[in-house]
Design a protein around this ligand. Structure first.
Ligand code: AMP
Ligand code: GLY
Length: 430
């Protein structure tokens, strides 16, 4: 279920499974259509989705985006004994409500930023006094990655609160979380779980700002690479022990087990990893780089997870290669993107060794056009992040998309690290 670059990457990987008999995608996109039969279903229409699955004897439903998860599509399917990859409505509140997550963290002692929840304007304004600057103000509900303001001044902070309660994020902003600003570098960490067993599922680093050098407004993500070497095996084990496992345990103990993929947005601070946010799904575009590196059978892992026995599948195995993806977006994104821009030469781009996942495309009279903010995610593998970057950008440059744009510095943090590591190395003799 879904229609973005994440879902194209999932469909691409599922289609490689020898166990797959038939793949439907709803609503899908022209890229996904190469691997699946497209079905005109709205993931918000639970009744129609359940009916379709029953009529077609669907054996597994994979839900890509957060909205249907938070809306309870998994519950509707599970009630009809249809296996699902993705959490039910209540555990999906880890993404659906920032306050839900912060309260859970406080209850079981998970390291995260100090916070106050407020559901009215005056309480929020007075809570601001308890925080030094910069201070972080978040709309409680789903806001497509845009409901977070990092205020550098008291005036900006007050204005952010006023705007949220005036409805600038719709109902998502009818409650807010105000929290301490954390310093450090961010990494995304993924875990596969049926609510009991928890298996690490790789790491990545996203690039959320629209412009080079991490400037401009936040987006859904303009590019990513995997693995995030900054999340060392030691830090990963701490994140599992201090953050992810206690969360999964707490949800199971309250009778609302979490099943699916859990995405932990981490800040690697001087005191160790701290949770910034959870998502109840794969990241987009983080999923694209994970799928490029995944060597195991995704279908087998998802089926085993949906049936409550992930440990019976072969443990997730990732290539030692790196993968990097560059998002090509339509002019105007993350504001109002220009629709209908012509896209061509994807074959020439793929010939450079990249895989091009469609994020927001459509067909119009046989021509491929832009139909969304993020339009393509151009993804490549390499022995290092630098190699993957070179391959991905060679392909990006081959794509003809005159009304599009992209960041030219995806992977810059990692590339900076590897070049300083190389500079510090002794040169071999001979
Ligand atoms: P979120 O939607 O919670 O992931 O927030 C979006 C982005 O805002 C994160 O990726 C961080 O870059 C930043 N952010 C959120 N919370 C904090 C925090 N407490 N301290 C520093 N940066 C934050
Ligand atoms: N790329 C960030 C997200 O999927 O939430």
């Amino acid at each position: 279920m879904g229609s973005g670059g994440r879902e194209h990457a999932l469909a691409w990987k599922l289609a490689q499974s020898p166990k797959l008999t038939k793949l439907f995608a709803a609503p899908g996109n022209p890229g996904i259509a190469e691997h699946a039969e497209l079905v005109d279903l709205d993931p918000a229409d639970h009744r129609a989705t359940v009916d379709f699955c029953v009529a077609n004897a669907v054996e597994l439903v994979v839900i890509g985006p957060e909205a249907p998860l938070v809306g309870g599509l998994s519950d509707a399917l599970r009630t009809m004994a249809i296996p699902v990859f993705g959490p039910n409505r209540i555990p999906a509140q880890l993404e659906g409500s920032k306050g839900f997550t912060k309260d859970l963290c406080a209850r079981v002692g998970i390291p995260t930023a100090r916070y106050v929840r407020a559901s009215d304007r005056l309480a929020a304004l007075s809570a601001l006094d308890d925080f030094s600057l910069p201070v972080v103000i978040k709309a409680d509900g789903l806001a497509a990655g845009k409901g977070v303001v990092i205020a550098e001044t008291h005036e900006e902070a007050r204005q952010a609160v006023e705007e949220m309660f005036e409805g600038s994020f719709g109902t998502a902003g009818s409650a807010v979380v105000i929290e301490e600003f954390l310093r450090g570098e961010e990494a995304s960490f993924f875990a596969l779980t049926d609510g009991e067993t928890v298996l690490p599922f790789g790491s990545a680093q996203d690039h959320k700002r629209v412009g080079d050098g991490d400037t401009g407004p936040n987006t859904g993500g303009m590019g990513a690479y995997s693995p995030a070497s900054i999340l060392t095996p030691e830090l990963e084990e701490r994140a599992m022990a201090e953050i992810v496992r206690p969360t999964i345990r707490a949800l199971a103990e309250q009778g609302t087990p979490y099943s699916g993929i859990l995405y932990a947005g981490l800040m690697l601070t001087a005191d160790g990893p701290k949770l910034i946010e959870y998502n109840a799904r794969f990241g987009d575009p983080e999923c694209q780089v994970l799928m490029m590196r995944l060597e195991s059978d995704l279908l087998e892992l998802m089926l085993a997870t949906a049936h409550g026995r992930p440990a019976e599948a072969e443990p997730p195995r990732f290539s030692r290669d790196a993968a990097l993806t560059v998002v090509m977006a339509a002019t105007g994104y993350p504001g109002t993107p220009e629709k209908g821009g012509r896209i061509a030469r994807l074959d020439a781009a793929a010939a450079k060794g990249a895989t091009i996942f469609h994020a927001g495309t459509a067909l119009s009279g046989g021509e491929l056009i832009a139909n969304g903010g993020r339009v393509l995610t151009v993804t490549a593998r390499g022995r290092s992040v630098a190699e993957a970057r070179d391959a991905a950008y060679a392909a990006v440059e081959a794509v003809e998309f005159p009304s599009g744009f992209y960041r030219s510095d995806i992977g810059w943090r990692e590339l900076g690290r590897s070049s300083s590591r190389l500079a510090g190395q002794e040169q071999p003799v001979g």
